[in-house]
Design a binder for this molecule. Structure first.
Ligand SMILES: Cc1cc2nc3c(=O)[nH]c(=O)nc-3n(C[C@H](O)[C@H](O)[C@H](O)COP(=O)(O)O)c2cc1C
Length: 192
C-alpha cells in the first residue's frame, strides 16, 4: 500500500480475534522496530515478542493493575474501540490481543522514551502492511514493577539498566474495522 494511505488506514485495535499471528510476521514487525530512528544512532532499545495469548493476557492485566486515572487529560478515546480510559471495568490493558511486543529502553538515558516510541511506530506501520492489527500501549514501567513482572524480566535476561517503555499489541481485528477520526484543523504550518 502507498505509505500515506497505510498511515491513514492504520487504527488502534482494541478487539481481537483468538487467531495468533505467525512467527514470521512477528519477526518482520520486530525487524521494522530495529530500523527505527534512534537517538545518536545508539540502537539501544530491546524488543521482546510474546507470541503466547495466555502470557500476553497475564501481562495485560498487570498493565492496568496500577493505572492512575488522575493523570488523564481527557476521558474519552473511541466509540468504535473503547479503551481502558473509556471503560474502567476492563481487566486487561491488552484487550485480548494474542501477541504483544514489549519495547525496552535504557533507564537513565535522555532519549529513552522517544527511542522506544519510534520503534513502536515503525512496528505498527509494518503490522498494517502485513494485514495485522495493532495498538500502542503505554505504562510499560509500572507493568513490570511487581514480583511477577520482575520474574519475567529475569527470564528474558533484560539488563537491570533497562525499563519497559511501551507495548505493541498484535493480532487480527474482531468485528468492524474502526473509522478514522477526521484530522483537527490548524495543526500545522509551513514557513517558506
Ligand atoms: C504515546 C501513546 C500511548 C498510548 N497508550 C495507549 C494505551 O495505553 N492504551 C490504549 O488503548 N491505546 C493507547 N494508545 C493508542 C491511542 O489511544 C490511539 O493512537 C489514538 O486514540 C488514535 O487512534 P488511532 O491510533 O486509531 O488513530 C497510545 C498511543 C500513543 C501514541
Amino acid at each position: 500500500m502507498e505509505l500515506l494511505e497505510l498511515m491513514k488506514t492504520r487504527r488502534s485495535i482494541r478487539k481481537y480475534q483468538d487467531r495468533q499471528i505467525s512467527r514470521e510476521d512477528m519477526e518482520t514487525i520486530i525487524e521494522a522496530g530495529t530500523w527505527a530512528p534512534n537517538a545518536g544512532g545508539g540502537q539501544r532499545s530491546i524488543i521482546v515478542g510474546v507470541r503466547n495469548a495466555e502470557l500476553a493476557d497475564r501481562i495485560g492485566r498487570l498493565n492496568v493493575a496500577r493505572f492512575d486515572r488522575s493523570m488523564l487529560s481527557g476521558s474519552f478515546v473511541s466509540t468504535d474501540q473503547p479503551s481502558v480510559i473509556d471503560d474502567p471495568t476492563m481487566k486487561s490493558g491488552f484487550y485480548g490481543a494474542p501477541a504483544v511486543c514489549v519495547v525496552f529502553a535504557m533507564k537513565n538515558f535522555l532519549y529513552s522514551i522517544p527511542d522506544a516510541f519510534c520503534c513502536a511506530e515503525n512496528m505498527v506501520l509494518m503490522a498494517s502492511e502485513l494485514g495485522i492489527s495493532s495498538c500502542v500501549v503505554a505504562r510499560g514501567e509500572e507493568t513490570f514493577d511487581n514480583e511477577i513482572g520482575a520474574a519475567l524480566l529475569r527470564e528474558w535476561n533484560i539488563p537491570e539498566t533497562y525499563i519497559a517503555r511501551c507495548f505493541v499489541l498484535l493480532g487480527y481485528c474482531e468485528g468492524e474495522y474502526p473509522r478514522p477520526k477526521p484530522r483537527k484543523a490548524h495543526r500545522a504550518i509551513i514557513v517558506e
